[in-house]
Design a protein. Sequence first.
Length: 311
Amino acid sequence: MTSAVTVPGSVTVRAPAKVNLELDVGPRRGDGFHALSTVYMAVGLYDEVTVATADDWEVAVSGPYADRVPTDDTNLALIAAKALAAEVGVAEPVSIRIHKDIPVAGGMAGGSADAAAALVACDHLWGAGLAREQLVALGAALGSDVPFAMSGGIAMGSGRGEQLAPVLARGTFYWVFAVSSSGLSTPAVYAECDRLRGKALIAAPEPSAAMMTALRSGDPEALGRALSNDLQDAAISLRPTLREVLDAGQEFGALGSIVSGSGPTVAFLTASAEAALDLCVSLAASGVAGEVKRAKAPVHGAQVLPGPSRV
Ligand code: C5P
């Protein structure tokens, strides 16, 4: 556990993980990205990012996945903070503290959440007052999922995932996540998807009517049936044990089971908070899943926390 200490002149922002309710992967584009049609849902698993003025740029990470996050120049929160500093002409460095609760390389956009949080936090710390669209544009250049980590809720994503549009949706949903002890590389999963598809002609991606109807109704059973992910076969091909995890969820009564994004986290939709707790117990007892987490959704995107900072 970390202790909560107030740091004068620091700003803390928390940003949520996501699950893709639908991930329709189209053809590979000229720039190497794949055209997507996706529906994102922000789930109540959060990273917290605290920024404070410092003598040098630095990053420190705490939380259960801390040892798997780089603290060098490849850290996405650091890249985001430097990009904003360059954009608004700030010369002073910041120290960045990340408390990670979102699995690393888990298909839940943890790195994007950190980048989104760092942008919002630095904007606040420096009083830059950038318009949301400007922060979103900066974020989109850093990662396809960063704009959604800022907006949260439920949204459709197109382009490479960064172009967001609202979705008519209602209801609260209860998820369980089976987190693997080692991650999968997103580029490797997309490459495996291409390999499995071979020379097949791939249609332009589009949202499904079943997903839109399920979200409009707010019915978790309909949503469970409508879940789909074109990257799932590729993730299973690279990590065959995921098949057993998916099957266990179905066997223990999940309304739907799906690999989250590029995986390897597996997301299970349940009917209620109690059903989610029951599923956690069954999965843990079966030994098939690694770590098991629960979260409610949808939740807000990156938000400044009013309380004391976590250091
Ligand atoms: O945008 P992001 O940093 O999440 O992308 C990581 C990698 O995932 C890309 O370099 C690319 O290999 C793959 N990707 C893709 N098509 C997308 C999004 C990501 O091929 N729409």
